[in-house]
Ligand binder design. Structure first.
Ligand code: GDP
Ligand code: IMO
Ligand code: MG
Length: 423
């Protein structure tokens, strides 16, 4: 069985939580794109894990893999491994693997990301983790790969070939070109390479072999559909393909192997960083959602922008991902809001649109058209089944399910693993 999970909105839909929950049924859990711009929170009992790179399936019995389409900051990976080890979770090479072809985020990628963003008059609001510049180098065939880190000679040879152009790029942005060939940094990366060497694997082979042997694989997306580098709200996007088809291309597994695609959908919408968001709220309802939902970025600590559910954007996400079912998260956060609004279409230049326009500036100019639904006052965080939801909450779920045309499989009413039930 091969299942792909992706975020349907602008990220932070609760992918980590749902992956943790589902991982019990999967032999392999694979991150296929992005890097430590992601922040996935998993809560089990009193333990809270905030992860940026290690796939969220590490707690149960699955083997977790970091695929060749990701970009890896080896220092962050090592820190996450140490953090888990402190809590008694040792990730041995039997438990975790990293593909040999994974692109490494080098210190100069981070420097370039931060300097470039500082120089932009119209900001993107990147996470400053070097993601975009690491992907530029992958496509330009100038990347350092995981396998290059395992020997100082290999790394030095590769770096000396790349150094002139990297130093020039940093100089042009008024950064510090000295970091490209800094001896201490190189030694640090060689040590990280030595530590990670036993984890190096061929993810595509492992996934295909597992599927051939009748095992099950879960692909864990990062970011969200509308942050996709091709189909998102350019230029306010991340630098990888975040949609479901990307899992096949990035892992190296044929689309004929996919059995199901689960979309993670927040009961409202949030966005971190810049870019259009037609239903963004600037009123008390927005503040309430922000506070009750704890909508603060896991990676950068920025407040997430909050808005009402946006059906046109969700319809596009359903087209782009081909969702076979949906997990609706954070329903509990909408308690004590009345009415609850749902954006069913946009008005743009005198026209009514029920599908987002292609251009980000047009999307930014769209005025949401809302339908009002009755709210509920009850606290939902202890609810254990669909039948036990208050009628207005049931109606909200059924309304969204009808409008989306995709079955809601899971409903989540709190951050903990236990606060999820099948519809
Ligand atoms: P991801 O990036 O998609 O994995 O999502 P994040 O982990 O960045 O953000 C989701 C946040 O909401 C995390 O802090 C989760 O612990 C929390 N969360 C997930 N599901 C629910 C839910 O149903 N209700 C509430 N109140 N919090 C949730
Ligand atoms: P998860 O996996 C929300 C946003 C950044 C910025 C844009 C580009 O936790 O859902 P980048 O550093 O990727 O070049 O920044 O993308 N962004 C995210 N927003 N959740 C994420 O990941 C994100 N990863 C990147 O805020 O607007
Ligand atoms: Mg997140």
């Amino acid at each position: 069985m091969f299942t792909i999970i992706t975020g349907s909105q602008f990220g932070d839909e609760g992918k980590g939580k749902i992956v943790d929950l589902m991982s019990g049924d999967y032999d392999l859990v694979v991150r296929f794109q992005g890097g430590n711009n992601a922040g996935h929170t998993v809560k089990v009992g009193e333990d809270v894990y905030k992860l940026h790179l290690i796939p969220s399936g590490f707690l149960l019995d699955s083997r977790v893999l970091i695929g060749p389409g990701t970009v890896v900051d080896p220092e962050v990976l090592a820190e996450e491994m140490d953090m888990l080890a402190e809590g008694g979770i040792e990730l041995s090479p039997e438990k975790m693997g990293v593909d040999a072809k994974t692109s490494i985020i080098m210190p100069y990628h981070i420097e370039l990301d931060v300097m470039r963003e500082a120089k932009r008059t119209e900001k993107i609001g990147t996470t400053g983790r070097g993601i975009g510049f690491a992907y530029i180098d992958k496509v330009a065939r100038d990347e350092i790969r995981m396998a290059d880190l395992t020997s100082k000679d290999k790394l030095l040879q590769r770096l000396s070939e790349l150094a002139p152009s990297k130093e020039a790029a940093i100089r042009e942005l008024d950064g510090n070109p000295g970091i490209v060939m800094d001896e201490q940094l190189i030694d640090k990366y060689v040590k990280l390479g030595e530590r990670l060497a036993p984890y190096i694997t061929d993810v595509s082979y492992e996934v295909n072999k597992a599927l051939d042997d009748g095992k099950s694989v879960l692909a864990e997306g990062a970011q969200g559909t509308h942050l996709d580098v091709i189909h998102g709200t350019q230029k306010f996007v991340t630098s990888s393909c975040t949609i479901a088809g990307s899992a096949c291309a990035n892992i190296g597994v044929g689309p004929t192997k996919v059995d199901s695609v689960l979309g993670i959908v927040k009961a409202y919408i949030t966005r971190v960083g810049e870019g259009p968001m037609p239903t963004e709220l600037f009123d008390d309802a927005g503040k309430q959602i922000q506070t009750v939902g704890g909508e603060v970025g896991t990676t950068t600590g920025r407040s997430r922008r909050c808005g009402w559910f946006d059906l046109p954007l969700l319809k596009k996400a359903i087209y782009l991902n081909g969702y076979t079912s949906i997990a609706l998260t954070k329903l509990d956060v909408l308690s004590n809001l009345d009415p609850i609004k749902v954006c069913v279409s946009y008005e743009l230049g005198g026209e009514v649109l029920d599908y987002p326009p292609e251009d980000a500036a047009d999307l930014a100019a769209c005025k949401p058209v809302y339908e009002d639904l009755p709210g509920w006052e009850n606290d939902l965080t202890a609810v254990k089944s669909f039948d036990d939801l208050p009628q207005a909450a049931k109606d909200y779920v059924l309304y969204l399910e009808d409008k989306m045309g995709v079955p809601v499989d899971y409903i989540s009413v709190g951050p903990a693993r236990e606060q999820t039930f099948r519809k």
